[in-house]
Design a binder for this molecule. Sequence first.
Ligand code: HEM
Length: 502
Amino acid sequence: MLLILVISFIITLFFVYVKWKLTYWSRCGLLNRETKFFVGTIWGLLKQDIGYAEHIKITYDFLRKNKQIHGGDYFFLRPIYIPVHPTVVKHVMSLDFPSFTDRGLYYNEEDPIHANMFFFGGTRWKKLRTKMTPTFTSGKIKMMFDTLTQCSTQLEMEIDKKRSEPVDIKDILGRYTTDVIGSVAFGVDINSLKNPNCKFRYLVDCYIRKNPWQNVQYYLTYLMPKVMRLFNHRPYDKIATDFCLETTKKIVDHREQHNVKRNDFMDMLIQLKNNGKLDDASADVESDKLTFLELAAQASLFFGAGFESTSTMICMALYELASNQKLQDRLREEISRELEKYDGKMTYEAMMSCTYLDQVINETFRLYPILNGLDRVCTKTYNVPGTDVVIEKGTKVIIPVVGLQRDPEYYPDPMKFDPERFSEENIKNIQPFTFIPFGAGPRFCIAERFGRMQTKVGLATIIKDYKLTVNPKTKVPIDCDPKSFFIVIKGGIWLNFERVNL
Ligand code: HEM
């Protein structure tokens, strides 16, 4: 009898505790969507009925419909703060950055390549960011331009080979961006366009987590970092980690022993390892040196951040252009016109002067943000300006990028692909902090310039020579796989390629 009483008491206590946890936001005076016992608002995500992007969009729309400037969400019992109004977003990301310096994402110190700038917080992040920033100036990106165009020639050759049949562009573009980023981050000619089964592709698979069990683990580290820490979970595959470390070691040794220079990220990382600053930095720049492991971690981060984001963006842009011949023709005309000024060569200057190409790319970034929600954690208790709401230190924050960028108030007919939104005349009407595909504030994407340039070159290489149409093998409208954290199109995107410039 006593045992039954004790068990009933514990169960009641547990129920009261869960109920109390799931009323956190209403006690703070904020709205949230309906919750389910213990799982909070993520039941749809757990059942995999919807993907992460849709979850964020539904939460954002709910809060907007209820005329809220911010609100709450629950990942299991964990409260998540969601800024909704662009002004609140601006405060969190930029104006009041000292209260939100970290992403608060799970990483494991024992995993050498996981300990990188994306995951670090506080002064550790700041030091590394300051050190790495000069690596991404426009001057440095210009120096890497030749590498970009060399890989583009391979891309062209590969497409030419397959011209008579429909092409799954995700696969071919994934191999193209692997070659580009492998070349500039690791300094090696991967050539996965020619050799699809090379070992670097294995690394790529580890990053995008094709295997369903790895996908589940990824979600769990995201949703329940504290629990995963208890298990000392190591997110990176050991084979991939060893491969990264061995490859980096070989490259660094080779370059140092033979004094090889390639004007790429690896060159700059080696300078930071040996001198604590870039060779062209002024004498008064702080000079803490990078360790070899820090170097390898940043190279791997660049690799991981670089291939998937850019290939997805080029892919989505090509799909939209293949679906709209008028836009495609206009873009091809612009590219041909600008290249003609440089004897038909793909030069840095020609790319910089393609303004319609910029519009197309911006519209792709708007409609298909690579990160649907941006992570922050409150690092200092914070009173939201103009309200009584206090965000406690340690609270997770998600900035709903996909909600903002597809909000009909800011972007009428938001699902329509319309590059005119970013024309010289219209761009000034875009409300600040409603277009943040590269993030914003001090933690925005360090490689935005490079990512944009890589996307431009890849897109221009294809559009200048090929007329694209959507092959019936593509399911229209395209459908994203809800099981994947990133944009993965079910069944792929199949396009027909027809040469226009022979
Ligand atoms: C189309 C291409 C790309 C897109 C759309 C993109 C987008 C983003 C976004 C949204 C963030 C988070 C920003 C925030 O939290 O405010 C980010 C961070 C970051 N990205 Fe990118 N990215 C791209 C390409 C790249 C490339 C090529 C690299 C490396 C070579 C890179 C390196 C990084 C790093 C290191 C961070 C973390 C910055 C920090 O925490 O200080 N990204 N990126």
